[in-house]
Each structure stands twice: as C-alpha cells, then as structure tokens.
Ligand binder design. Sequence first.
Ligand code: FAD
Ligand code: 2HG
Ligand code: ZN
Length: 427
Amino acid sequence: MSPAVDLVGDLRETVGSAQVLTDPDLTIGYVRDWTGRWTGNTTAVVRPGSVEEVQRVVRICQEAGAPLVPQGGNTGLVGGSIPHRGEVLLSLRRLDWLRPIEHDTGSVIAGAGVTLGTLQAHARKEGLVYAVDLASRDSATVGGTIATNAGGAFVVSRGDTRRQVRGLEVVFADGSVVSTIETLPKVSTGPDLLQTMIGSEGTLGVITSARLHLSIPNGAEHMVMLIGADTLADGLRVMGPGLRAIEFFDRACLEAVMEHRGLVRPIQGDFPFYLLVETTGNLDLEESSPAVVDRSLWVYRESITETINGLGVPLKLDVALPFDRMDEFADAVRALDAPGAIFLYGHLAEGNFHVNTVGSPDPDRASEAILGLVVSMGGAIASEHGIGVAKTGWWRRTTDPGSIELARRVKEALDPNRILNPQVFWG
Ligand code: FAD
Ligand code: 2HG
Ligand code: ZN
C-alpha cells in the first residue's frame, strides 16, 4: 500500500467515524477467533450499513491495495473469519434487514448480517422453518453460513445451506454488485454463477443478502431419544424413514458436559457412544437397547463445543469417514501417540466426525497425524466447517489437481489482486 494513501481516513469518510474501529480494546472481539486458537491484527474494523457502503469500502481497499476479511458472527472454527496479517476487517453484521415472508414463493430475503436465530424466529412466527440450525444460531449469520455452506444437525432430513439458497446478492472485489435475489421460483437461463459463492469462505465476493427457502413443517409428531451404543455401526443401523437428525457423542463428551453444565446423567449405564435421535418414525431398536425419550435431551449435544472451550484452547478437526470405517477411525484416533484429552462427536448420517483435543503438547503435530489418518482411511479433511487457514496445505494435497486449477482460475478472474481473504485456501 502506498504510504500516501490515508486508508483509515477514507474509510471513516465513507461509513462514518463511529463505524471504523482502530482501538485494540474495541477490535479484539473481531480479531480473535471463537476458540481462542488464533489472534490476528487489523488496520481497522469497518462496519458498513448498506450494500452501497460495502461497495465503496471494497473499492477503497482495492485502490489502496489493502486486503480485507469479510466477517459475520465470527463463529467459524477454521480461522478464516479473522485478519491474520493486518487486513481490514469488514464486519457485515449491520446488514441485518429481514423482509416479510413471501408465502407464494416459500422464501424470504435476508441481509447477510441477520443471525440464524432471528431468521428462524421470523419463519416460526408464520408457521415455517428455516432448515439449517446450529448451536451457534444466536451469533452465526446468513452471510457466514452461506460462505461456509454450514451443515448442522438436520442435514440428513433437510439438507445443508446450499439447498436453502435461492438467490444471492454479492459485491465483488472491483466493487461491482450482482444480484439474483429478485428471481422467479424456477428459471433456466444459463449457469447460476453466484452459486460459486456458497462455500467460498469470503475469498470470491462479499455476500450482502440472500433469498432463502423456507420449509413447511410436515406436522408429524416427533420424538427425541437418547440411546446408549457400543459402536457407531449400531448407530448407523438405527437410520430409517422419518429420521430428522442422528447425532453421536462419546463418553468423554457426556462426562464433560454433565460436569460443565451441572446436568444429571441422562441415561442408565455407561456406554462408549451415545446417539441423539430425532424422528417421526418408529425406531428399529433391539429390546435391550437402553434408550430414554425426552425433548430436552438436545442440551447434552448442543453444549459440547462450549464445554470443550471451557477446558482450554482446543484443536478442532472436522472430518468425514466412510460409514464402514467410522469405528475403526474412532479406535485409531484414540491410539495416536499425540493428543491430550480427546472428544469425538458429530453428525452420524454424514459420516461426520468432530475430533476435538485439549491439552495436546503439539497441536500442529496432532493435526497432521489425525488428518493423515483420515486420508489414509479414504475420508475427507473437511466435512462442514471448511478450510479456512487451518487446512490450506491439506486442501492442496488432497484435492485433485484439476479442481485446484479451476479454483485458481476462478480466483484469478474474480479477485486478480487477491484482496479478498487472502490467507484462506491460498495462504
Ligand atoms: P464467520 O465466522 O464470521 O465467517 C466464516 C467464514 O465466512 C469466513 O471465511 C468469512 O470470511 C466468511 N464470511 C462471513 N460472512 C461473509 C459474507 N457476508 N460474505 C462473504 N464471506 C463471508 N458449523 C456447521 O457447519 N455446523 C454446526 O453444527 C456448527 N455448530 C457450531 C456450534 C458452535 C457453538 C460454534 C461456535 C460454531 C459452530 N459451527 C457449525 C461453525 C460456525 O458457526 C459456522 O461455520 C457458521 O456458518 C459461521 O457463520 P458466521 O456468521 O459466524 O461466519
Ligand atoms: C457441532 O456439530 C459443530 O457441534 C461444532 O459443528 C463442532 O466444535 C466443534 O468441533
Ligand atoms: Zn457439526
């Protein structure tokens, strides 16, 4: 950046001084990630309140050659939402408009800064459902969940974020804006190029609003059940018609959550794994399967991430394994000569594992060992949280060269000066 450019002054003029933060006491919440594993630094936190202001901020950064990092709720778990090398932090939280629900199209237009919790409440008031749900719902935003293609507990029955996006409005690195949010329910007028933004983690454009699909609840009575299981293979056998969610967690997770939240043991007996199942159907359980039925059981699953954070700065690896190797993976990861305390949990129907460790003397070495194991067993290094800065090397090593080259050409076309979140994927 040329020393003659007064970047902060230009940003202040554009969005107003109150919306540009440089005081470290005020910027700390934006430069440290949710887990505490990464703390970066920033030239300034900028909080535009309209699409036009986003465009102007992006143009100023482009002209100054100053990279920027888009941020929503800062709940991402792969270090992609914070500035690592003094980048401008573009907070989208003030883009929090929510239009009335359109019942004829079964959709709603939401600003990128609307939280999932607010969106869900808006849908619920009119008897509808926004399908994606995460324990981070009160902070995670529409823009952030699209940029990471967030999953959550209901992917098995309702799909991931990609399945909910009907249209997008995006500001590109040159400050131009392209929108498909004012669209008819079904058009076929060529490729929908804005879909490339889903899962792009702030590296290709800034999402400013979205048209999102809302589901009609099927009205069927459902039950929530906690089941003790000896193996994950036993859990996979529970899957069947009417399944809404099937989550698993291991003994270490349950013990830690009970301690942290002061909760009672929810089920008689002690098991290697526990399954939390939400279903409208009948479960094919063996007579002897220990199970308890209660809607409030979700707290045991949803408190795990917060509980682990309370134990220390965690190493988090979100991966996927082939179904028939999940138990073998659980055994092998516990046998690795690296980590400290290990916690295994995840979304069973996607072969998803959240491997969390706390107290590892060498988290980088632990990460290498665990991801190496995943790859050697035919798994994927990222299941739902994305690549961020945590897995860039593994992303390049495990993605086929044709796909990497395509990603490079798209990046080159949309952001030739690499000002958008430069440390993610390519850093
Ligand atoms: P941020 O963390 O702010 O950003 C995430 C990424 O998106 C960054 O790369 C950022 O640059 C980019 N980005 C953000 N906003 C925009 C925008 N408007 N335009 C372009 N790029 C943007 N994830 C799951 O998938 N499933 C879960 O079940 C789940 N549960 C969680 C539970 C807890 C307690 C926590 C803390 C996290 C959980 N997460 C989960 C991870 C996280 O909540 C998701 O990744 C979420 O989608 C991030 O949204 P955010 O608004 O916080 O985005
Ligand atoms: C979950 O499923 C989230 O609870 C967070 O994806 C997982 O904290 C984690 O590792
Ligand atoms: Zn998850």
